[in-house]
Design a protein around this ligand. Structure first.
Ligand SMILES: Cc1ncc(C[n+]2csc(CCOP(=O)(O)OP(=O)(O)O)c2C)c(N)n1
Ligand SMILES: [Mg+2]
Length: 275
């Protein structure tokens, strides 16, 4: 790997700051859902796991990332800005009328977005289709999909899981962002689908369960996932919703803080905490 863990950690911190600034400027959005994903997304975009060309976003040989939990798109916009698809300033128009920085990824309006998501449950099926298509075309690439843990309640996820296992789609990796919460409370109370690892394993997947908010662990897990050549790969990424600003959420008495931007005053505190 050309880039060090320390450099990735610095990048992750930057993404977190972009996420907070973007959602507070929008006075809307899902900062905590975005923050839990940051180490994995940082590793994917900057750790050498994906080859992509910001100036040629539709280059057929590219690796692809589909954010199935589309409401966490501030994390994706932050990564794409750092990768050179557009400026960080541009992302500050998040959720403004007319802006291409919509509240959920829209591939029809933004080159580099691989799937329009937001209606939960669909991204893994889309990724599976893309992985099969690329395999058919003999393109040597990898498709990464990230879902939420609440999102796993959508039955379509399991149709895709079963099919990917049957067809041994080894150029497909799903990262389940298991942050323990969904919209209305703890995932275990709303619909407990654990053990998640066993379910994917039963469908023929290679599975790892890891601490997804540890940068070095994220890199190690993705390295293994990409090396598996006889079946699809699942990373159960155990994270914390709002990771990076947990003391602030604690003080607010809301460790989920779903779909709420930080007020300008709280955002200042969060940015100070991140340093
Ligand atoms: C099909 C569908 N149903 C409901 C929603 C509303 N919704 C938006 S975010 C969310 C919670 C998702 O939880 P999880 O997948 O765990 O993501 P997290 O926010 O924790 O990262 C829900 C239910 C949606 N976007 N799509
Ligand atoms: Mg969740």
């Amino acid at each position: 790997m050309a880039v060090s863990i320390e450099e990735l950690q610095a990048k992750a911190k930057l993404l977190r700051k972009h996420i907070i600034r973007m959602t507070t400027a929008a006075a809307s959005g899902h900062p905590t859902s975005s923050l839990s994903t940051v180490e994995m997304i940082t590793a994917l975009f900057f750790g050498g796991f994906m080859t992509y060309r910001p100036q040629e976003p539709h280059w057929p040989g590219r690796d692809r990332f589909i954010l199935s939990k589309g409401h966490a798109v501030p994390a994706l916009y932050a990564a794409m800005a750092e990768a050179g698809y557009f400026t960080v300033e541009a992302t500050m128009s998040l959720r403004k009328l007319g802006s291409i920085f919509e509240g959920h990824p829209n591939m029809a309006r933004m080159p580099g977005i691989e799937a329009s998501t937001g209606s939960l449950g669909q991204g893994l099926s889309i990724g599976l289709g893309q992985a099969l298509g690329c395999r058919l075309d003999k393109i040597d690439n990898h498709i990464f999909v990230m879902t939420g843990d609440g999102e796993l309640g959508e039955g379509q996820v399991w149709e895709a899981a079963a099919s990917a296992g049957k067809y041994k789609v080894s150029n497909l990796t799903v990262i389940v962002d298991q942050n323990g919460y969904q919209q209305t409370g703890a995932t275990k109370d709303v619909l407990d689908l654990r053990p998640v690892a066993d379910k994917f394993e039963a469908f023929g997947w290679h599975v790892q369960t890891v601490n997804g908010n540890c940068q070095a662990t994220a890199v190690a897990a993705l390295t293994i996932a990409k090396s598996i050549k006889d079946r699809p790969s699942c990373i159960v990424s155990q994270t914390q919703k709002g990771f990076g600003i947990l003391p602030i959420l604690e003080a607010e008495g809301d460790m989920n803080y779903h779909g709420k931007p930080l007020s300008p005053a709280l955002a200042e505190k969060a940015l100070a905490l991140l340093g």
